[in-house]
Design a protein around this ligand. Structure first.
Ligand SMILES: [Zn+2]
Ligand SMILES: [Zn+2]
Length: 144
């Protein structure tokens, strides 16, 4: 197992205290946090970090390929340290973003119907929206 500084170095990133803290948070608590959520969570352990530093750190980690930047909502970036190919499910009631794992041996990236010849897909961001099982149970029954 690589330590976080070793892992960051393998992406060509100089492992500063802030970068290690941001990466560890997203890796250990994979809730697809926004920059503001990362900043709020790090206040407890790294109170000297500023929101601007969090933004810059996320930018560096994403540019070097250590994090995925997810665009699930318009104008909001969420960050994922899980680089395996996987899709997401966002619950519209509680706002939780779940990872959807493909079955072993199955590709999480679907075939793209109508992709023109000689077009190469580099990245797909697949996100389903709906209601998670927890919210479904607690939702009031609609008449009809
Ligand atoms: Zn929910
Ligand atoms: Zn994810």
């Amino acid at each position: 197992m690589l330590t976080t500084p070793e892992k960051l170095r393998s992406f060509g990133i100089t492992p500063t205290v802030q970068r290690v803290a941001v990466y560890d948070l997203l890796h250990d608590h994979p809730a697809h946090q926004t920059a503001e959520e990362v900043y709020a969570a790090l206040q407890k352990t790294l109170s000297t970090i500023s929101l601007a530093t969090v933004y810059n750190t996320l930018k560096v980690l994403t540019a070097k390929g250590a994090l995925w930047e997810l665009r699930i909502e318009d104008g909001v970036s969420r960050y994922d340290a899980n680089l395996c190919s996987h899709a997401h499910f966002k619950c519209v009631d509680c706002g939780m973003v779940y990872d959807l794992w493909p079955a072993p041996g199955e590709n999480a990236v679907p075939e793209i119907p109508g992709l023109p010849e000689n077009f190469t897909v580099q990245d797909i961001q697949l996100c389903c929206r709906g209601t998670c099982s927890h919210c479904r149970k607690t939702a009031p029954h609609k008449a009809g």
